[in-house]
Design a protein around this ligand. Structure first.
Ligand code: URA
Length: 436
């Protein structure tokens, strides 16, 4: 195999065979192909797409680049959820303990921030000591002990995705249904689950901006999961504005703890109940999704979900004190407010720009080697449809290093669209459910 031939074939809209894809993935994972060649191939895939057969081969090759876990000897159904990525999306931190508290096991393998979107692993690591790099034996032990464990891809699980994900993050090669599908499903099919709930985001802060593109991605994900014998459902959810009140790792961890304690913003709570409701349903814990939502609300109100989160944090080496006092999380030293330039209503946000502003402040990566500042982020004061007065705060930037503050401020200032009239329609939180 000459890698340059595979790059050129994809560049010219040709199709690769299963064997070629398997060799390419194995060679890159083994360190035999340099990043620049893999980046070129990934870019060709973004621009030219892949056939269904190629996507299946890529997913299979990435899945089998590592071990496929088997938890069938542990009692009960195992269910996970995964998001295609958004701004302020901290639902995993809430849902995983809720569902585990309700008796359905959640073995969760998550990702880091990707492009302008945040990642569950980075959010968890903002909790001092929290270890997302458990060995597989420890992953299993934590899962057995408390019904939930959250880790990243390891050298053993989908290592191809670990490498390719980091490369895509910094080479503008995220926005491809084929690559997103292979990335998500290779991790999820490796984690020994029976069923999966997908949160496919759509809107200005999602990788799939148009509802129809998100729906095609959702269908592809559901089909790929079904083909591998998993029960999969995809909720198409809105990302035309950030979810909740914050974006930024520690700020989001604090907000998730608030939601687990029965508070938190309404949109975050509603989406968490919806996703957890589906997980309970696919986990055969309840007969209907509504029953699952009710159970989720009860587990939060009774304190069981929060207690479960404390247990997870303890078992994964984190500081449990943050669950009682989120002020123990890293906090930025400085803040800067962005205010409304006019009286009127928030008519929309360029949500991706808000995500980029968070990255620019140090909350995400622009190069593979970048380290994240867990404390920085954005605090949102207004949502679409809210009335604002000139000079009223729209968003507060929390930062440590001021080097790129102006750039971040400009991104935030131009992300809000203020109109004199109240918007006629507010985007629904859930657009559609696919695969139900
Ligand atoms: N989440 C993933 O795990 N991979 C992607 O490519 C996008 C979102």
């Amino acid at each position: 195999m000459r890698v340059v031939d595979l790059i050129r074939r994809k560049r010219d809209s040709g199709e690769l065979t299963r064997e070629e894809i398997e060799q390419l993935i194995a060679a890159y994972t083994g360190g035999d192909i340099p990043d620049y060649q893999m980046s070129a191939w990934l870019m060709a895939v973004v621009l030219r797409g892949m056939s269904r057969a190629e996507i299946a081969a890529l997913t299979g090759a990435m899945l089998h680049s590592g071990r496929v876990l088997d938890f069938s000897d542990l009692p009960g159904r195992k269910v996970d959820k995964h998001s295609t990525g958004g701004v302020g999306d901290k639902t995993s931190l809430v849902i995983a303990p809720v569902v585990a508290a309700g008796g359905v096991k959640v073995p969760m393998i998550s990702g880091r921030g990707l492009g302008h979107t945040g990642g569950t692993l980075d959010k968890l690591e903002s909790i001092p000591g929290f270890n997302v790099n458990l060995s597989l034996a420890n992953f299993r032990r934590v899962l057995e002990t408390c019904g939930c464990a959250l880790i990243g891809q390891t050298a053993e699980i989908a290592p191809a995705d670990k490498k390719i994900y980091a490369l895509r993050d910094v080479t503008g090669t995220v926005e491809s249904p084929a690559l997103i599908c292979a990335s998500i499903m290779s991790k999820k099919l490796a984690e020994g689950i029976d069923a999966l709930v997908l949160d496919v985001k759509t809107g200005s802060g999602a990788f799939m901006k148009k509802v129809e593109d998100a729906a095609s991605l959702a269908e592809l994900l559901v089909e790929t999961g079904n083909r591998m014998g998993k029960n999969v459902v995809a909720l198409l959810t809105d990302m035309n504005q950030p979810l909740g009140r914050t974006a930024g790792n520690a700020m989001e961890a604090a907000e998730a703890i608030e939601a687990l304690s029965g508070g938190g913003p309404a949109d975050l709570r509603e989406l968490c109940l919806e996703l957890a409701g589906w997980m309970f349903y696919l986990g055969e814990r309840v007969k209907t999704v509504d029953e699952g939502k009710k159970l989720s609300a009860e587990l939060i109100a009774s304190g069981h979900a929060r207690e479960k989160f404390r247990e997870i944090v303890r078992l994964q080496g984190g500081d449990v004190g943050v669950v009682d006092d989120p002020r123990r999380l890293p906090r930025a030293r400085q803040t800067l407010g962005v205010t409304s330039p006019a009286d009127g209503y928030v008519a929309g946000t360029q949500c991706e720009q808000l995500g980029v502003a968070c990255v620019v402040l140090g909350g995400g990566r622009e190069k593979k080697e970048d380290t994240i500042d867990p404390a920085v982020g954005l605090e949102f004061h207004k949502r679409i449809g809210d009335a604002v007065q000139r000079g009223e705060p729209l968003c507060t930037l929390h930062y440590n290093a001021g080097g790129r503050l102006d750039e971040a401020r400009r991104l935030v200032e131009t992300a809000y669209r203020i109109e004199p009239e109240e918007p006629k329609a507010i985007p629904p939180l859930v657009h559609r459910v696919i695969g139900a």
